[in-house]
Design a protein around this ligand. Sequence first.
Ligand SMILES: [Ca+2]
Length: 150
Amino acid sequence: MILTAVFGFLLVTVANALPQYRDRILNGHAVPNPCCPGSMWGRVGHMSSSSTQLNGFGRDFASSGHMFTEQLCLADSDGDGVRNGQELGLVTNRYTLQTLCSFLSQYNMNPRVLSFLRLRGILRNPSSHPGICDQRGQFSTCQPPPNCGC
Ligand SMILES: [Ca+2]
């Protein structure tokens, strides 16, 4: 019983102590809340702002060593038919997503690189959440979480 309580406390502490992960995610501080338009989703890798349960993006992010790798950028973690890099703001009218994801993975979310991409019109604000299905994609079969709301 005591061990369970200690483990639970540690889990909550760790879960609340990881906002720095957003610095490692493309536009990690500006991910929109698909359940509550106009607000941001503070814990990108979790099912809600209070949940310790990881969403698909969170699981993929953990599998990538908590780095925004090329593979994570190219993945469609929430299964809505839109790849993570596109949901997080990459604009693919001049370069392919593969090229942009490869480029980004080499610079590890360097703020100067991100500013450069914004100035060149290659990066904009995220269009949707990469880990919570918002059913935007053409081939989407995923569903939003059951308690999705403000
Ligand atoms: Ca997606």
